[in-house]
Design a binder for this molecule. Sequence first.
Ligand SMILES: [Zn+2]
Length: 196
Amino acid sequence: MSMPNWDKIDAVKLREYSLMSDIYLSRLSIHRDALGCRDTKCQDENHILHTKNLYNSICKCFTDASKNVLGISKSGKFNCKPGFNDYVKELHDVARKRFVAWREANKPRDHNNPFFREMTVSRAKFKLALRFIKRHENQIRQDAIADALCDDSDGNFWKEIKKMSPNNIPLPTSIDAATGKEEVVHLWEITLKKPS
Ligand SMILES: [Zn+2]
């Protein structure tokens, strides 16, 4: 499935996306029995069906929210590669035009033919740029975040990032009968060491 180009989406749109997702998620109907079932090898048909449905509905909430807030590009696809628009798009457009011109010139294969030469040169440039963004994907993503932070005079972007940080989610104070950090850790130790 195609994905939105997340590194190109500004803080305002991200906030809208988050709100939209909340709205869709709040409309889900939840089957309490299925969700409350603790049997990891559960074979109850109803539980399985409701859990599958819930999973699909949750996914649909997020894709609907992204379609709604972020829109879909003209080709009907999101462009998922970070840096594509900055580094590759123009070269890709040129390569496509040169290819069409070459095809319309009846696909000459002589190296001295200008149509053939322009087509192969533009394609090589495009492929080089594509390889560049694939190799530097992490750096390009980080640059996009850094750019957003620099543009962020009112600090909204940073606030959003902080909201997304998992440190802000409060930890449960008790799991089963264990209460407090040490007891919970101990419980995990026992659970993980248990042969399955
Ligand atoms: Zn069950």
